[in-house]
Design a protein. Sequence first.
Length: 733
Amino acid sequence: MLRIISKQIYETPLAFIRENVQNAVDAVRIQALREGLQPDDESFRIEVSVSERRIVVRDNGTGMSPDDLRSFFWTIGASGKRTSEARAAGCVGTFGIGGFANFGICETLTVVSQTQNSEQGSLTRLNEAEIREAGNSLPSVTMTQSDKAAPRGTVVIGILREKPNVAQLQSYLTDFVKYVPAAVYFDGKKISQTRFTEFEDRDNYKSVGVGTCDWHDKEVTITGRMFEDRGHTLSAEIEHLTVGGESINMVGFIRFANGPINVSKRGFKLCATQLPSSIGVSGNLDCDRFIPTAGRDSLAAEASTLLSRIVEALERVAVEAVLDNSQRIDQHTRIFRYLIRNGMIDKIGNVIVRLADGSENTLGEIRKRHEQVGNNVYFGFAQKQTLNQIMQARGHLVVLLSPDRYRRDAERQFLERYCGAKSFEGIVDCAEHYSQLTTFERIFLSELELNITRSYEVEEFSLSAGRLTEDIPVFLREYKGSQPLEIIVDVRHFEISKLEQIGYTPLLYSLVSKFCREYLGASLKKWSPRFFGDGALNVELLSRRRSDLWILAKDDIGELHRGGEREVVTTSDIQMVDVGEGQDQIEPALNNQKPRLLRIVDTEGTMRLSGYYIRVKDSAYLAYGDLFQSCENLGLVWAGNKLTFVASDGISAAFQYEIRLDELVVASQNGQMRTDGARELLRPLQEIFQGIYFPIPTILESFLVPRGEEKIRLELFCDWIDVRTASQWLPKD
């Protein structure tokens, strides 16, 4: 038990110094309460000194009697801080782990303590040899009289196994005690009693609302003030907390931006934690109800629940403050997910949207014009409109929805619900049919037709080229009855014509496939037998394939390069294919016709494809590669030694491409190194070299892309999960 506790709790000098200083702070707090003083009274002092392997922590707090030393310090599971006096003083420690845990790093531990009005104090000492001699019994602690802690207080002296880093100890301890009211000194330098504030530069902040007010959320009431800086980022200054009518001491500052929340109790930092939030929260909170776990890496369950409720209440207050001001809304676009989830669409009247004629207006004003004047309202996604004059002459309002997914959904719901709005796509038409098509235009149409037939199995449709009345590259017109779909493609639109510079290479055909999914996928799903009516994939007949084993080396990398001089590098290190800029470009042959890793270099940046990609198993590509390309939601999740690429239809089905490595995946998440995380994949899948490639996020390239003569061993698994049909395919199947 001693070995387990010492290994898990006090395994570094950092933990040793933190826990013993925390005990000293608690002792000072109790003594101050007994004397009717504040802990910051100049009569109280805590001193930490480090010399070679010797760390000394001295305080003039309550001290411990011989019975206290035996019953609480030199034992396990008992604590003298579970009294009403200790709670009133705001003590942090309550676990009763005791001095034995210090032997995770100490060779010898000496504790001298004396209570007030005692003639003599007690010196206790224990070392590793005595613990070993005790075997399976609790070791006997030496106790003698001593006045080294006189007239009152405690001295803890630890002799460490190894010499500590003094600068690291000071920095670490300062982070925990800088807001502690009691005076804490490290080698003679005061490191506590810092003023608990984040608004020193008051000129950069202005108050939001009417000053100090009470914010209510169910039985939680938070007293505080809201501020915003010149960039409209909101912050809250917290002054008090009430839960279920009970008054609780709490102060702090919360900034509504992503980051950690440092939680403290009476100035002593307990830990840093992060909570899920739609708009982001970070900052410092100090509350008497906060209690850490024994390992000090998180809050205890009850305290964690309380913190979540506090953050939830503050988040709602911040969202309501954001909605009061159009400029704040533009600064805090993350609120729209929150609004949709919490049914607050009616609150977004101050959201500014762009109209088809280039002007801007708020959704509230558009609603008023619809209700009072009778304007018809439409919405669409095009950035430039050629029907503006006609629409404005007819008195219609055309709103261009935001490209952001959640903001777009919120705008659309508001317009449909309160303005009777309809999609602008219904009035798109062909203004001019193209009769003379270039070779590139004919090839694009041919490849697009192939993708529609192959990926969606839609056979009854017509495909023509022409200029549309809107600045969009393609439009799908649906007819009632048995009349086939009509697809009109503006092959001279920039989104299409820019692809001509790539030449007739595999990358061109991959991008045509992406074009088909992006612009036509949602509409084609309704007509495809491969999908249910709501767009979910029907993967009932698909089966799982066995895993493959890859060893990645440098010659597994194929490289596509846009722009610059045409060249072919045939070294054994990296194969490079220069895509070139002309349609008569002849694709050079690759030594490896199916590279496991692909690198695309987009020199001009117009395609936004630059980066590394990893190939899906050929067996999975042959079985259902054309299906998971239709999945619009792409992401990557990693934990431990596993990376899982996911392509999902967003409803019920997901393709999973799991990669297991021989090492842990450790990457930066919000400034912290973590062994788990998730990323949305912004670059599209590439169908090229008779296979499909997932994009590799930059932060994970070092785990999948070999350098020099390095070899990376990967074990690969591909499978489907279909919640709709309760189907899961196991390896044995």
